[in-house]
Design a protein around this ligand. Structure first.
Ligand code: G
Ligand code: G
Ligand code: MN
Ligand code: NA
Length: 253
C-alpha cells in the first residue's frame, strides 16, 4: 500500500527513469541494441527494484501511465542515438495490461509519429505468460505491431507454459533465453540442453535468439558455439545511463 501511494506520485515527481543494458552480437562483439529498464528512485528514499514495483503497478493499473512514460522515453532516446549517428535498436518491456487493456498499437503510432523513429529500431519484449493469457487477443495485437514494423521478442523464454503450437502463430522475431538457464550453462547439463533446445527452436522458426544474463566469457563462448548469435549480461555491461552506453560504442573493441 505504501509502495502504491508512492508509485502513484512517482510520474509527476519525475522519479522514474530508464537505464539501458547493451545487447551484443557474439561474433563481432558489436553492440547493436539496448534493453530499456525502468528505475524508480523516490525523492526521499532508496531506489526500489522493478521486480517489486512492476507487480504493484500492474495490480493497480498504474502500469498504463508508467508504460506510456517508458514508451515515450525509449523512443526519445532511440531518436537521440539516431541523431548522433548511433542506430541502436531499443528493446522495450511490455506488460500484459498494456496489451489487453490499452490501445498499445495507437499509443505506439502516436509516439512514433512524434519522434520519427523508424519502427525497426524498436523491439517490444513480451513474456510467454503474457501471450498465453489470451492467445487470440494477443495475436491480433501482435499482428498489428508486426505490420507497423516493430520487432517482437519473447522475454524469459522457457519459463512459461506456452506450447510450440501457439508460439508459431505469433509473428515473432526473437526469443530471449532466460537467465535461469544461462547462469549454470557451463556446469549443468540440463540447463545446457534447454539452452540448446531454445536455440534450435529459434533457428527452426527463423527467429533470432539472444541469451540473457551472460556474465562470463565461458558462457558466451559456449552459447556462441551452440549457435546463439546475440547476448546480454554483465559481461558486456550492466544497465547504465544512455550516455554511458553511447560511450561503449565509441570505445575501441
Ligand atoms: O532492471 P531489472 O533487471 O531489475 O528488471 C527486473 C524486472 O522488471 C524484469 O523482469 C524486467 O523485465 C522488468 N522491467 C524492467 N523495466 C520494465 C518496464 O519498463 N516495463 C515492464 N513492464 N517491466 C519492466
Ligand atoms: O526480466 P528481464 O529480462 O526483462 O530483466 C532483466 C533483468 O536481469 C534486469 O533486472 C537486469 O538487471 C538483470 N540482469 C541483466 N543482466 C544480468 C546478468 O548478467 N546477471 C544477473 N544476475 N542479472 C542480470
Ligand atoms: Mn526484458
Ligand atoms: Na528476462
Amino acid at each position: 500500500l505504501i509502495l502504491h501511494g508512492g508509485l502513484r506520485q512517482a510520474l509527476g515527481r519525475d522519479e522514474l527513469s530508464l537505464v539501458y543494458q547493451p545487447q551484443v552480437n557474439l561474433r563481432t562483439g558489436r553492440v547493436f541494441g539496448a534493453e530499456a529498464l525502468l528505475r524508480w528512485t523516490p525523492r526521499d528514499g532508496e531506489p526500489v527494484s522493478p521486480s517489486r514495483f512492476i507487480p504493484v503497478a500492474e495490480e493497480s493499473g498504474l502500469i498504463l501511465p508508467i508504460g506510456e512514460y517508458v514508451i515515450h522515453e525509449a523512443f526519445r532516446q532511440a531518436r537521440r542515438w539516431c541523431d548522433a549517428g548511433l542506430p541502436i535498436q531499443v528493446s522495450i518491456n511490455v506488460s500484459g495490461i498494456q496489451i489487453y487493456r490499452s490501445d498499445l498499437v495507437a499509443t505506439l503510432a502516436a509516439v512514433q509519429r512524434d519522434t520519427g523513429v523508424a519502427p525497426d529500431l524498436i523491439e517490444l519484449e513480451l513474456t510467454e505468460s503474457t501471450l498465453m493469457e489470451d492467445v487470440n487477443a494477443a495475436r491480433e495485437v501482435l499482428d498489428a505491431l508486426k505490420r507497423a514494423g516493430y520487432g517482437l521478442a519473447i522475454d524469459d523464454f522457457g519459463t512459461g507454459y506456452s506450447s510450440l503450437a501457439y508460439l508459431k502463430r505469433f509473428p515473432l522475431n526473437k526469443l530471449k533465453i532466460d537467465r535461469s538457464f544461462v547462469t549454470d550453462v557451463c556446469s549443468n547439463a540440463e540447463d545446457r540442453a534447454i539452452a540448446r533446445a531454445v536455440i534450435q527452436i529459434a533457428r527452426s522458426l527463423n527467429h533470432r535468439v539472444i541469451a540473457e544474463g551472460v556474465e562470463t566469457v565461458e558462457q558466451a563462448a559456449l552459447l556462441r558455439r551452440h549457435g546463439c548469435n546475440e547476448a546480454q549480461g554483465y559481461l558486456f555491461g550492466r544497465p547504465m545511463a544512455a550516455d554511458e552506453l553511447a560511450g561503449l560504442l565509441d570505445a575501441p573493441a
